[in-house]
Write a protein that binds this ligand. Structure first.
Ligand SMILES: [Mg+2]
Length: 359
């Protein structure tokens, strides 16, 4: 099976629950939908998350350049990765270069799954099983009354865990939000918090200790700048609540550096930044060797397959952001994501919706 062409389409679909974090507010999901067309007629699919719609064009341009390099090559993710890494060594395999590579990798693995008539999890040597998930929709930085209401709604959707965004101007307001949410969901619901890199190291230690004292928080995510591994190591040393980072690891190499620096207690790579399925499998080995719990960041449709073959599988981050453009959105049961038995990743575009949201 050889690559014929790679098509990328930009879409922006409104989010059911807009999300305000310490870095800004998201109201729509800007995605690049990738179709990797092969000479056997199989089309491998994946999507990339652009954060804002303005980021989609440059990623699509990179993807077009890569598609030209790869036309006629076998759909063999390891070989494709090696070729692209070599071609991009001097520019740097980082940021949007890496995103485009990851998108191609994910689509290539999907095509392989389809060719072998196996769900991705089976292709990787695992079996489909329910993967424990937390509801990561909503719970942004907002006034307490709607916050509490949303927390209850998110749990009622059938989840045993939710994530609250913190990083308000004052620590006291963060504590107020944490207490209000804890009270509204009760002690049996697992609660994570995420600062989205909003604090300095000193302030992260101060608020981290405040959270230690308050108790009942499963992890503190990205308290400070994500690539400051020395700073994160100081936070992890001084704060008892586990520190979670990883969504901004640029490839398994950077994850290895973070682990060597002791920058976190838990890791949560993002499949678009870690290098696609290929990069994820290497990251999973790093987490296993470090004896560290590994969770996913966004991309629940693909991450469920990957977590099922991750030795230290911890939590899947569930968001419904891509659901509007999918023919069959993920199914959930008792706070778990059910891995579809369809071949590959199981993602197919709802073409009518794609036309509606295309930009
Ligand atoms: Mg996060």
């Amino acid at each position: 099976m050889k690559i014929k062409a790679i098509r990328a389409r930009a879409v922006a679909a409104p989010m059911k629950r807009p999300l305000a974090t310490s870095t800004g507010t998201l109201t729509e999901t800007a995605l690049l939908l990738i179709d990797l067309q092969t000479d056997s007629g199989i089309v491998g699919r994946s999507y990339l998350f652009g954060i804002g719609r303005h980021n989609l064009k440059p990623i699509a341009a990179l993807m077009a350049a890569m598609a030209e390099m790869l036309a006629g090559d076998a759909v063999a993710p390891f070989e494709l990765e090696a070729k692209l890494r070599k071609r991009y060594t001097l520019l740097g395999v980082h940021n949007i270069v890496l995103f485009a590579m990851s998108g191609i990798d994910m689509a290539a693995w999907d095509a392989l799954g389809q060719a072998h008539k196996l769900p991705l999890v089976r292709l990787l040597g695992g079996t489909p099983r329910p993967v424990r998930a937390y509801n990561s929709n909503g719970l942004g930085i907002m006034p307490l009354r709607p916050l509490v209401k949303e927390a209850v709604e998110l749990v009622r959707e059938g989840f045993g865990a939710v994530k609250l965004r913190l990083g308000r101007a004052s620590a006291r307001d963060d504590l107020g939000a944490l207490r209000a949410v804890k009270k509204s969901i009760g002690p049996t619901i697992v609660l994570m918090v995420d600062f989205n890199q909003g604090l300095t190291v000193a302030e992260a230690i101060r608020r981290g200790r405040m959270i230690d004292e308050e108790g009942g928080v499963t992890w503190i995510e990205e308290p400070a700048r994500a690539d400051d591994f020395a700073g994160n190591a100081r936070i992890a040393r001084d704060v008892a609540t586990p520190i979670q980072i990883g969504e901004n690891f640029m490839g398994p190499e950077q994850m290895a550096q973070a682990l060597a620096a002791g920058a976190c207690d838990y890791a949560m790579p993002d499949v678009q930044r870690i290098g696609g399925v290929t990069g994820w499998m290497r990251a999973a080995a790093l987490a296993q060797a470090a004896g560290m719990e590994m969770s996913s960041h966004l991309f629940p449709e693909l991450s469920c397959h990957l977590l099922a073959v991750t030795p230290t599988c911890h939590w899947l981050e569930y968001v419904d952001w891509a659901a509007p453009i999918l023919r069959e959105p993920l199914r959930l049961k008792d706070g778990h994501v059910l891995i579809p038995e369809r071949p590959g990743s199981g993602m197919q575009w709802d073409e009518k919706a794609v036309r509606r949201f295309q930009i």
